[in-house]
Design a protein around this ligand. Structure first.
Ligand code: ZN
Ligand code: ZN
Length: 279
């Protein structure tokens, strides 16, 4: 079994409307590539900030900029295609009840939890002309940013709201362009591990990092090892934003998983998880 659960049906760019991309023809393009690449389980996890209902959670300028679609129309559409239905939800400390209200009562197969923001700052937006004001990397101390990132990731896991923890060490995305803490990074990973150990979340192994400045799989092997030690299962995804990115460089993810002795991956339906043999 191979999965790709963290899939976006459109690029993150202006003009990528629901009308243009949430179509049977577009889904067929994704399904054809998934079939070619032996990916049996395909699921969509649209960014929560694309939905007008997300403005009940947060009114950050990023959300106000993107919120345009109706989440129930999205859910109906994805269900009509036979693909698994997910959503990529930000963890926003203090807004748990609002996030839960958004998630509850909707027919998700799984909820992907992401940590894109630390307070009001996006960790993965760097040098963007419109959003550069949020560039915490310019002034922030990488030690502090990494510490806060992994502490918050542990909190996200502990909420129990997320079935999958997406790109768990996303904070490294701009490594090479921005300063990264020195030495053994496990001192940061430790800060997330109590929360992750107490949670029931699957840990996403994502090849998206290979397409980013860092040029590495999310998460680092040392982080994944620590999650495996506390009994967490693995979910496998590419974070594709185009059909061509489905299963992107999965051979490298499979080599990592083999090296760490992972033989099963998480499969979801109606927010219930089971494990299937990997490969
Ligand atoms: Zn993400
Ligand atoms: Zn994503």
């Amino acid at each position: 079994m191979l999965t790709d659960y963290h899939v976006h049906l459109r690029p993150d760019e202006a003009g990528s409307t629901a009308a243009r991309y949430f179509t049977e023809a577009n889904v067929d393009r994704y399904r054809d590539v998934a079939d070619e690449r032996g990916i049996e389980e395909l699921g969509v996890a649209e960014h929560i900030h694309r939905f007008v209902q997300a403005l009940d959670i947060w009114t950050h300028p990023w959300y106000r900029h993107w919120a345009a679609d109706d989440v129930d129309e999205y859910a109906d559409f994805v269900r009509s295609t036979g693909l698994k239905l997910g959503v990529e939800a930000d963890y926003l400390p203090g807004r748990e009840d609002r996030i839960a209200s958004f998630l509850d009562g909707r027919p998700w197969d799984y909820v992907v939890g992401s940590l894109h923001f630390l307070r009001d700052d996006a960790v993965d937006v760097h040098g963007h002309p419109d959003w550069d004001a949020w560039d915490i990397w310019r002034t922030g101390d990488p030690e502090k940013i990494w510490a806060r990132y992994f502490e918050t990731l542990g909190e996200a896991a502990r909420t129990g709201m997320f079935d999958i923890l997406a790109h768990p060490d996303l904070v490294k995305v701009f490594a090479g362009r921005v300063p990264v803490p020195d030495g053994d990074l496990r001192r940061f990973y430790e800060r997330a591990m109590d929360g992750i150990a107490d949670s029931d979340a699957a840990i996403e192994v994502s090849t998206a990092g290979l397409r980013k400045p860092v040029g590495e799989i999310y998460p680092a092997a040392a982080f994944l090892e620590m999650c495996l030690e506390v009994g967490r299962p693995v979910a496998l995804s590419s974070d594709a934003h185009t059909p061509e990115q489905l299963g992107y460089e999965y051979e490298r993810a499979l080599a990592l998983l083999e090296r760490l002795g992972v033989r099963e991956i998480a499969v979801f339906e109606g927010r219930a998880r089971r494990l299937e043999p990997l490969g």
